[in-house]
Design a protein around this ligand. Sequence first.
Ligand code: GDP
Length: 181
Amino acid sequence: GVKLVGSERVHKIVLAGDAAVGKSSFLLRLCKNEFRENGSTTLGVDFQMKTLVVDGEPTVLQLWDTAGQERFRSIAKSYFRRADGVLLLYDVTCERSFLNVREWIDIIEDVSEDNIPIMLVGNKADLREQALQEGIACVPTSFGEKLAMTYNSLFCETSAKEGSNVIEAVLHLARQVTKRN
Ligand code: GDP
């Protein structure tokens, strides 16, 4: 998926994960440093561009959002083709979204190149404490760490709301991606 624009390489990064885990919010935080509490976070375009300095080199990322098409697995497949890296999100306050991570990894590994760098992201970390108090089953950090280890992927927890770890997550992934290309 590496293209040349001028003298700069463009790396295709795709966001994956169940609906409502915060993919659009993650991108909105990363690209515009904004957060919207509810509703229309979809930016209305297929992808966003973001330039980050990775190991001293300006690195152009083309970040793709599923735009609400998560349920259509055939679309997901064409979407992952030629990806250089994947941000795979789940919601730490939604066990189901964590259990579905394996399914997402199956799709990704089916379609993309071998050993494509994956950053597993447990989003909505800001909500965990309150959710636990309300008796909602949450995903412990150690579960995310273990699953990431199983797949040899990177891992972090983020809050698109508070902005914590969002840039860091993308930087870590970008570092892996640029090492390979
Ligand atoms: P997507 O379907 O995966 O793109 O998810 P959205 O970005 O549309 O987010 C779904 C809902 O979760 C929205 O109401 C967001 O405001 C909310 N949300 C997303 N990320 C966070 C987060 O980190 N913390 C909190 N508290 N809410 C979030």
